[in-house]
Design a protein around this ligand. Structure first.
Ligand code: HEM
Length: 423
């Protein structure tokens, strides 16, 4: 894998995860006692604080430009505010990243919104700490480590080619964002976990994901109650699959040792994890991979369309070298002049220079470093490879807005015009 693709993907992750991380609404609670000293900043009106300004700028995809940057200029990289009734400190910069991310479980504990916890389940890895976190992470990370990925590469290549042949070759217009969501779902469930599902299953999972950042209020027709209903359906489906798998494995015919689902059920047979833990973590993995990967792919193609010179370089690169070997390394930081010169300008070459530690963190860091970061990169790179080398493509809405609710997404699904290349 040569530098252009790495740089391009780094840049896509630079923008997409900058937004994702800021908007995940996940926050870290201090676990120690405060000595009462707070950084400078505005707490605003009681309860409301600066919530309206925050959400307005987030919705317009201007969270950094309209909310964070003016406050950094006024108060410095660490400032206080009040959001949704909670006194909040917003931290930016490599030093703060290092401090918070390396002190997870010690001085800080990450926490997610109520709806996310209820829908992912209290047994998902994001709710675990200490020894239980280590145990679950060990099982998940084994399948996502180098040996597991080696098995996954041909499977992902086959899935991407099959998906493109079936869906892209027969149509002129494609919603890139929705296509990549469907494909990412297949890659996680089929390639990574080794599960096969009925065609409607993606819709059921998407109903759950739509509720993850919704207000946790249940009334008929609310996003949250629809999501809870879909979650119950998934639970029933997965209970059946887990029990069948266990039966097969105990009778010696489980097979597919490399697959993550087999590893999880093995953990259950050994008594290390429970049935609920398997179910909650399958849902978590779909959530963790879904919007993140699809948005990174969509932003990559947007940038390629806006910068034809990079598209040509990429194509040259992909046709003159073999596919893959991948090497890698968040928000107030990603857009900070101190680490990245002229940060809002598209410049994939910036990633050819060394980057200071904790300045570029699209996948987080510390004990909660994204367990699927290598899989995400493989997924994105394999998809780019096949699309760029096989199709002529162009954006149908070049000025399409990126909307944030609270995750970023292209407001029209990034429609593109595609045709197969003649050669
Ligand atoms: C571009 C795509 C992706 C991005 C930007 C991304 C980003 C992140 C980030 C920033 C975290 C840390 C959250 C925290 O600090 O609590 C994280 C955690 C995690 N991610 Fe990803 N992710 C991506 C794709 C994936 C994929 C494809 C998978 C697996 C299928 C995955 C699985 C996980 C898991 C299991 C965790 C929890 C780790 C733990 O708590 O120990 N992610 N991701």
């Amino acid at each position: 894998m040569t530098i252009q693709i790495c740089s391009l993907l780094s840049r896509a992750l630079f923008c997409s995860t900058a937004m994702l991380l800021a908007i995940f609404l996940k926050h870290r609670k201090g676990s120690g006692k405060s000595d009462g000293k707070l950084p400078p900043g505005e707490m605003g009106l009681p309860w409301i604080g600066e919530t309206i300004e925050f959400y307005r700028s987030q919705r317009d995809n201007q969270l950094f430009e309209e909310f964070v940057q003016p406050r950094i200029t006024k108060y410095g990289k660490i400032f206080k505010t009040r959001l949704m009734g909670s006194p909040t400190v917003i931290v930016n910069g490599a030093e703060a990243n290092r401090f918070f991310l390396s002190n997870e479980f010690k001085l800080v504990i990450s926490s997610w919104p109520t709806a996310s916890v209820q829908l992912m389940g209290i047994n998902s890895i994001m709710e675990k700490q200490g020894e239980k976190h280590r145990c679950l992470r060990g099982i998940i990370a084994t399948s996502l480590g180098p040996a597991g990925l080696e098995i996954l590469v041909p499977k992902i290549c086959d899935s991407v080619q099959l998906y493109l042949d079936k869906n892209w070759n027969v149509r002129e217009e494609i919603s890139l964002y929705h296509s990549t969501k469907a494909l990412t779902f297949t890659i996680v469930l089929e390639c990574l976990l080794g599960l096969n599902f009925e065609p409607g299953t993606l819709n059921t999972f998407e109903r759950v994901l739509e509720g993850v950042f919704a207000p946790p209020v249940s009334f008929p027709g609310s996003k949250f109650s629809r999501a809870k209903k879909a979650r119950r359906e998934i639970k029933q489906m997965l209970i059946k699959v887990v029990r069948e798998k266990r039966k097969k494995m105990e009778s010696g015919s489980g097979g597919d040792e490399g697959m993550l689902f087999t590893q999880l059920v093995s953990g259950m047979i050994r008594g290390e994890i429970s049935e609920e833990e398997i179910i909650d973590n399958v849902v978590l993995l779909v959530f963790a991979a879904h919007d993140t990967t699809s948005f990174a792919i969509a932003m990559t193609f947007k940038m390629l369309a806006e910068h034809p010179d990079c598209h040509s370089l990429l194509l040259q690169d992909l046709t003159s070298s073999c596919l893959l070997q991948v090497l890698w390394t968040t928000y107030g930081t990603h857009y900070n002049e101190e680490y990245f010169k002229d940060p809002l300008t598209f410049n994939p070459r910036r990633f050819e220079e060394p980057i200071p530690p904790y300045a570029y963190l699209p996948f987080g860091a510390g004990p909660r470093l994204c367990a699927g970061n290598q899989l995400a990169k493989l997924n994105i790179l394999i998809f780019i490879h096949y699309v760029v080398t096989r199709y002529n493509w162009s954006l149908l809405c070049p000025d399409e807005q990126i909307t944030t609710d609270p995750l970023p997404f292209p407001s029209h699904g990034m429609p593109i015009k595609v045709s197969l290349k003649s050669s």
